[in-house]
Design a protein around this ligand. Structure first.
Ligand code: MRU
Length: 355
């Protein structure tokens, strides 16, 4: 199948169909479009860890469906065994990657909803219903973020973004990129500067591909060119996604986000973080408690398949923390949250989750 080029739709990154969990293998993009069927807990965990499925909202949805994969694989004989299995799956799948709160949140939501089932069959049915609900809510959250973002950024035509926050990272139109899609759909003139996002190249492999397929003008930047781009005046706003937001507004997102936020502040360019409330962690006061995933040094020593720095030690955190003071506003499914974030985030969370 022709994976590169304009005009094609972007296949869904995660799908539950005919009782099976199917994911688009994002490690192969943009060269090949291949869908994998995940039939065991080990395959679900491995797909999440290897970035076959990636992006905070979509790993949450994948993890939620992974609970049903686990129940189908292990076939608990009675209700007690099924509840014990739910406990195990909460940990095994929910902790496959540590930083994006969406994963543990979605898995816990699914297993808690299923626990009240009176038989193994009913437990499976309740888990499936909850996973489908999480998927639908994710789609709706993307639509809302896009609408709020379009209003907030109505005067910004040239946006810089990092990593991939689009159709491949969610089950809807995306978060930061959802705003871009919505602006384009409304006929607004829009141009995106996408950072390549080393080491896994989500910007060049995924964002540039997604936008080019949608016919949206996109210019790729080496990560190290972002400062010059911001200083030159060619960028009107930076919009990124998030993996976990603390109550004070500190944000964990793809490594390099912090650098962009500092550079945007220096260049007087507004810096926005777009994401659903499911990426906010009501249990964390600030970013110091966020576990930042460390990945293999091998990813830094290579560019795609080519080894460029053999035998050299490399430091490879997958995420960094952007302190709240550098963010202009959060664009969420519950509206635009402005400083002081302690107040606006607490208000939004208590309205969304009254208990
Ligand atoms: O390692 P990844 O590719 O899962 O990292 C993804 C990001 O950091 C995204 O910016 C974030 O998950 C938001 S996706 C809507």
């Amino acid at each position: 199948m022709d994976a590169v080029g304009k005009g094609g739709s972007v296949p869904s990154p995660v799908e539950w169909s005919d009782g099976c969990l199917r994911v688009l293998d994002q490690t192969l993009l943009p060269d090949r479009l291949e869908v994998r069927t995940l039939c065991s807990v080990q395959e679900v965990v491995d797909a999440i860890r290897r970035l076959v499925v990636r992006g905070a909202p979509v790993i949450g949805v994948c993890g939620a469906f992974g609970v049903i994969v686990g129940l189908d694989e292990r076939r608990p004989a009675n209700v007690g065994a099924a509840r014990e299995e739910l406990e195990r799956l909460t940990v095994e799948i929910g902790q496959a990657r540590p930083t994006a709160v969406n994963l543990s949140w979605a898995v816990e939501r699914t297993t808690s909803a299923a626990r009240s089932g009176a038989t193994p069959e009913e437990i499976r049915q309740l888990a499936l219903e909850e996973a489908l609900r999480i998927q639908n809510e994710d789609r709706e959250a993307c639509r809302r973020i896009a609408a709020y973002g379009r209003a907030e950024l109505s005067n910004a035509r040239r946006l810089l973004t990092h990593c991939n926050t689009g159709r491949l990272a969610t089950t809807g139109i995306g978060t930061a990129l959802g705003i871009v899609y919505d602006k384009a759909k409304a006929g607004e003139s829009i141009e995106v500067f996408a950072t390549e996002t080393r080491p896994a190249l989500q910007g060049s492999r995924l964002t540039a591909w997604e936008l080019a397929r949608a016919g949206i003008p996109v210019t790729l930047l080496a990560d190290s060119a972002a400062g010059a781009a911001l200083a030159s005046g060619m960028v009107e706003a930076v919009v990124v996604g998030c993996d976990r937001v603390a109550l004070n507004g500190d944000v964990a997102n793809k490594i390099g986000t912090y650098t962009l936020a500092v550079l945007a502040r220096e260049a007087d360019v507004p810096f926005y973080v777009a994401g659903p409330l499911s990426s906010f962690d009501a249990a964390l006061h600030d970013g110091s408690g966020i576990v930042l995933e460390q990945r293999s040094p091998e990813e830094v020593r290579r560019i795609a398949a080519a080894v460029v720095a053999p035998d050299v030690p490399a430091w490879n955190p997958a995420f960094d923390i952007t302190p709240a003071r550098l963010t202009t506003a959060f664009i969420t499914d519950a509206g635009v949250l402005r400083p002081p974030f302690e107040e606006s985030i607490a208000r939004a969370l208590s309205r969304a989750w009254p208990n």
